[in-house]
Design a protein around this ligand. Structure first.
Ligand code: NAP
Length: 522
């Protein structure tokens, strides 16, 4: 049996519940969870009425779970235990397939007897015994799981806790991996999001999704649409190979959308995840150690973004993995491959993405870059990757940067010229590249290069891709110059990663369309 996408009905009254039932069914829910603790003026009769509505509603009949959560375990209205048990037993009589009750409250002989009697009168219904920790990890999740099993062996244990860091999720993964039968295990919070997505690969009995952000019942809950369209829910199974973007923040990364749509198009059983790794080198190393210690998780490759590109290179070096020579020269990796034998390889596709964006727009090959005069504005991570790639191709570069020391250092390292930003007024290069964040949302009225410096015979490349058409590019077009946008570079680096992940060339037009369909101005 595969993991069921469960959508909570979290309504204050009957009419609101009716609307939510309709929306949840239309969205593609596989189980409905009636959260009775959201209902005002709660009575067993009201719950029975809503269950009758669910049973009689149009569309496929769906299994029904009824929960009346204790306030201390995240319930909304603090109803007394006696009423909560009345509601659950009434729900069983009305045909609920599952009821969820807090395992700690199941110690009470009265609660336990009443629930067991009601269950014995229902031929198929099952009890979920749940434990939540909204603060942090459980002290010993394995013991807790065993404990719930001994309390009532027919129960489905549900263990849900807040992950304060992605490294906290591994307790949940280990429990799912080491136990059989039906159990529900995942983590709450933004650091736990990944556990909700791979619950299906690891065969958790269910995972929760809301219809929209307004009806989410827990922190970090995704929508049904995100599960199905963005995270390939319908095609995920135990054999799905995992990939992801490691960074902080990653919530707005376009990479999951771009890679997953191309995985689907290439018909490969792969899933790409946002992997929020907060902290520095120690946290990054611990995350990678955790992944590599669990081959069964099936991670095969990673994109790496701010602030971990250097950590990624160092990690692969420390593990004696392969490092692409230009990635070594740049001092940063944005891609890691992890072979079946645990062998690691580090690459940098940022420079390749930039070079491909330049050569394809100008209709030239990389060898034509030899001797080309280029001005690079900026001396940060992106500038470094571009300078490394362009010097390797033989271009003649002048670096302009606000912080003179930093710009001069980069220029010395790669044998380039350096000039302060003020010298941009005498700009005389064939290719001009903005590798600063100037012009990026929300500062869209800013530009790093005064418009009078832009000339007709120039090509102007802005690495900023949010917005796709920056003020710099608008003014370059007005001056009659050719332009290259940051999206071309983003897609170029993603395409090179996709090739490393799959051995296949992606449909870059599909990548561009996918990016365009997202609201870039978050
Ligand atoms: P970074 O390492 O932080 O470097 C930022 C650079 O911008 C530095 O040279 C900095 O100068 C300069 N800068 C920032 N604000 C400035 C200002 N107000 N005035 C003058 N100079 C300023 O960042 P990065 O990783 O290189 O990323 C730079 C930009 O590249 C990002 O903002 C993003 O838009 C773009 N990007 C594009 C792609 C793509 O695929 N298209 C990928 C990644 C990044 P100082 O040295 O003086 O601080």
């Amino acid at each position: 049996m595969h993991t069921k996408l469960t959508v909570p009905i979290a309504a204050n009254d009957f009419d609101m519940a009716k609307e939510q039932i309709k929306a949840a069914k239309a969205a593609g829910a596989e189980i409905l969870e009636l959260r009775a603790d959201y209902l005002e003026n709660l009575t067993p009769i009201l719950v029975k009425k809503i269950i009758a509505e669910i049973k009689n509603s149009a569309g496929r009949p769906l299994p029904l779970l009824v929960t009346c959560r204790d306030k201390q375990q995240g319930g909304i209205i603090g109803y007394p235990d006696r009423l909560r048990v009345d509601v659950l037993t009434a729900a069983l009589k009305a045909g609920a397939d599952f009821i969820d009750f807090e395992y700690e409250k199941f110690f009470s002989v009265e609660n336990q007897e009443r629930i067991k009697v009601a269950l014995s009168q229902s031929s198929k219904a099952m009890l979920i015994l749940s434990a939540h920790n909204f603060e942090t990890k459980f002290d010993n999740i394995v013991k807790l799981h065993r404990h719930i099993g001994t309390l009532y062996s027919a129960a489905i244990p549900k263990l849900v806790y807040t992950a304060n860091h992605i490294n906290d999720c591994f307790d949940a993964f280990d429990l799912l991996h080491s136990t059989g039968g039906e159990r529900i295990v995942f983590c709450m919070g933004s650091a736990g999001l990944v556990s909700r997505i791979i619950a299906k690969k690891l065969n958790s009995f269910l995972t929760f999704a809301s219809v929209d952000d307004k009806t989410a019942t827990a922190p970090g809950q995704l929508t049904v649409e995100q599960f199905k369209k963005l995270y390939r829910y319908d095609s995920t199974n135990a054999d799905t190979e995992l990939y992801g973007v490691i960074g902080s923040p990653v919530a707005h990364s376009l990479s999951p959308a771009v890679h997953n749509v191309c995985f689907a198009e290439a018909k490969v059983n792969k899933l790409y995840l946002p992997l929020l790794v907060e902290g520095g080198k120690d946290e990054f190393d611990r995350f990678m150690d955790n992944i590599l210690a669990r081959e069964w998780l099936g991670f095969a490759g990673f994109s790496v973004t701010i602030p971990h590109k250097q950590n990624a290179l160092d990690y692969v070096r420390e593990k004696h993995g392969f490092i692409e020579p230009l990635a070594e020269k740049i001092g940063a990796a944005n891609t890691i491959l992890s072979g079946a034998d645990g062998q690691l390889a580090a690459y940098n596709t940022d420079y390749a993405g930039a070079l491909d964006a330049i050569t394809s727009t100008l209709g030239i090959s990389r060898s034509d870059l030899n001797g080309l005069s280029v001005a690079v504005v900026g001396a940060g991570g992106v500038a470094r990757a571009i300078v490394a790639g362009l010097t390797d191709a033989g271009a003649k570069i002048c670096i302009y940067n606000r912080t003179v020391k930093k710009g001069q250092k980069l220029a010395d390292e790669f044998g380039c010229d350096f000039a302060p930003l003020g010298d941009l007024s005498r700009l005389d290069a064939k290719l001009v590249i903005n590798a600063t964040s100037i012009g990026m949302h929300p500062d869209i009225d800013a530009t790093p290069i005064p418009h009078w410096c832009l000339k007709k015979d120039m090509t102007v490349f802005d690495t900023v891709y949010n917005p796709a058409e920056t003020l710099l590019l608008k003014q370059a077009k007005e001056a009659g110059a050719k332009t290259i946008d940051g999206l071309s570079m983003f897609i170029g680096q993603a395409a090179a990663q996709f090739k490393l992940f799959t051995g296949k060339k992606p449909d870059t037009e599909l990548m561009r369309k996918t990016v365009a369909s997202y609201d870039l101005l978050w």
